[in-house]
Design a protein. Sequence first.
Length: 256
Amino acid sequence: MTKKEKRLNDLLSYIKTYEYVPITQLLDEFHVSKSTMIRDLSTLDEQKLIERIHGGARALSDDRITKFNIREKMNEKEKNAIVRSAAKLINDNDTVYLDTGSTCFLLYKEITAKNVTVFTPNLAIIHYGPRPNISRVYALEGEASTSNYSLTGNLTLENMKRIYPEKIFFSALGLHNHNNHEMQCANEIQMSTIRIICEMEGYKVLMLDSSKIGLHKAFQGNSIRDIDLLITDSNIREEDAESIQNDLKELLIAEI
């Protein structure tokens, strides 16, 4: 992935998170010139991924499935490599928790182990329906969110505390590449979700493509010291991999 492609992916993800973003906020976040930002926004607008409006940009559609499908296609090769590695960790008769987001949805479709039980707030998984090798899919109660196509809110968080999966798979908005390597979150709900995940007794697996390493956001979750395994892709920078390994129990790099 080129530097420009990574910047465009990060820019699109940022706009989708905030729905509407003024150009001044984008300039502060991405530290590029105004002319570069205008060109990048024009590129995304031409691809019908966003809509440029006076003073900024907004998500093109409010349709939750359309937005989810866009995220699923972003960094597709990296995500596919990650979920192939993650699926190998799931054994016959396992009980697993799959969190929100497109990476967990891709993992659900990749599972080959038999008689697997799945707990999830992920509406994409629920909408996709049962698979022959999945014995049960339990949807956690909660409020339906149109922004990330999931069940969310305090009721979902409370239900998460009542389940005991053997393996827990989740993602995050980003990962701070300094200090304690905190997981970066889109909002307070995701921050609370990650905190509860880190308190669970099961084997915790963070799936994060390399484009998200180094992203710094307003909401910071737990350190990666609180998880068991980080799976990322082979585009990760060598210095980031070395730094992460100092705080992490185990790092798995999936070849693209």
